[in-house]
Design a protein around this ligand. Structure first.
Ligand SMILES: NC(=O)c1ccc[n+]([C@@H]2O[C@H](COP(=O)([O-])OP(=O)(O)OC[C@H]3O[C@@H](n4cnc5c(N)ncnc54)[C@H](O)[C@@H]3O)[C@@H](O)[C@H]2O)c1
Length: 379
């Protein structure tokens, strides 16, 4: 089994999710390549110490990401830092020749994203992908297969989104994700948007026009020091887009990213309506995929239990449902598989490409313009 030696830069929530996936790599049944975490970087020493305690090969622990990039024993890096650090660190990693899994939104804004894309164009030998696990659940994978088979006919309408209620509590102290400086002007779009774009973009449905309704609902929060701090970023974004299906037809596509969505702790959803079939999935009922195939008779929905129908085989029995950490494991399997073999096992089993991430920036930038001008903007 080939080993790819990783440095993790940003050892918070997502950095540790990767460590956990790497730690149970034997869960994957047929991989011929595996990650080994040999370096950890975080300005918070408690975070790097966690890696030292839990990842046996993690011999380098540092607060300076440049030391990880200078380490010849590091083949690849996972960078899971606040958005204001993306352009600087992703470019430095690419220039150092390290393969890169970068976190979304892949640059705090379009300018930062363009800098990353320019850097990547100069270093085409470095393998770079953007993290988004939303397509790796069983139901989206099945929808992907239906799309590859052309099962939907002509697309009538698509809805894709990611809904949270994590900021419903107005007394929750502010964190970097609510601050313009660290999270960026996109707000909820930068934070959650790549997940909503992942399946539609891979299907080839790129928004051509966008009308945005952006809301800032909780305008200040406790600052954690007894005072209040302004909450500067958009809480909720609803984007009504026009997308093209590749066959010359346009259809409406709604992309929703809400941080204040009552009753939704963490809901990914995808609704596709076509002339030949429809599909509906929400991670609220993670194991359930609803499909309606129209053959001229009754229009009857079928409800399927998905079980563990994953792109990369695992030791979990096929009847057992998936969870968040399984989708993360699948995403990492997809990254390493494509790094090793040059292509994903199937179209919808590939991680988000830099080009797809770049297109999301075009959409979010047009959405900001739409909100400012009260207009529908061309993407
Ligand atoms: N794919 C997903 O589902 C998902 C979920 C949450 C967050 N994210 C993305 O992951 C990235 C990180 O988010 P998170 O939730 O893990 O954040 P986090 O706050 O939990 O972790 C970020 C870590 O970076 C460290 N850090 C900050 N500045 C640093 C610097 N200059 N050098 C080294 N370390 C530094 C912090 O100490 C912290 O431990 C963001 O881009 C976010 O959008 C992705």
């Amino acid at each position: 089994m080939k080993t790819v030696r990783f440095g993790v830069i940003g050892c918070g929530l997502m950095g540790r999710e990767f460590a956990s996936a790497a730690g149970r790599w034997f869960h994957l049944a047929e991989m011929d390549v595996r990650p080994e975490i040999v370096a950890a970087c975080d300005v918070n020493p408690a975070m790097t110490a966690w890696f030292g305690a839990h990842c046996p090969a993690c011999v380098q622990q540092t607060a300076d990401y440049r030391e990880v990039l200078a380490n010849p024993d590091v083949d690849a890096v996972y960078i899971a830092l606040p958005h204001n650090m993306h352009a600087e660190t992703y470019c430095a990693a690419i220039e150092a020749g390290k393969h890169l899994m970068g976190e979304k939104p892949f640059g705090i804004d379009r300018e930062a994203n363009c800098a990353i894309m320019d850097c990547l164009a100069k270093h085409p030998d470095v393998f770079v992908r953007c993290s988004s696990e939303s397509a790796f659940f069983a139901a989206p994978q099945r929808i992907g297969r239906m799309l590859e088979e052309g099962a939907f006919g002509r697309i009538i309408e698509v809805g894709s989104g990611f809904l949270h209620c994590s900021d419903m509590d107005a007394n929750k102290p502010i964190n970097w994700k609510r601050k313009l400086e660290f999270n960026g002007e996109y707000g909820a779009m930068g934070d959650l948007g790549m997940h909503a774009c992942h399946m539609p973009f891979r299907a080839g449905w790129l928004p051509t026009r966008v009308a945005a309704a952006l809301c800032n609902i909780v305008t200040e929060r406790p600052d954690g020091r007894g005072g209040m701090a302004p909450c500067e970023t958009w809480d909720n974004a609803t984007l009504l887009c026009t997308a093209a299906d590749g066959g010359g037809h346009e259809f409406p596509m709604t992309l929703k990213t809400h941080r204040i969505a009552p009753g939704h702790k963490n809901t990914w959803y995808l609704d596709i309506m076509g002339t030949a079939a429809c599909a509906r999935w929400s991670s609220k009922q993670i194991n359930t995929l609803s499909v309606m195939e129209y053959t001229g008779g009754d229009q009857a929905w079928q409800v399927l239990d998905m079980g563990h129908e994953t792109a990369h085989k695992s030791i979990t029995g096929g009847i057992f449902e998936m969870g968040f950490s399984d989708s993360i494991l699948q995403m990492w399997a997809a990254f390493l598989y494509e790094l090793e073999h040059g292509a994903p096992v199937s179209r919808f089993a590939g991680c988000v490409t830099p080009e797809e991430a770049a297109y999301s920036h075009r959409v979010f930038t047009a959405a900001l313009k739409s909100q400012a001008n009260g207009s529908m903007e061309t993407v």
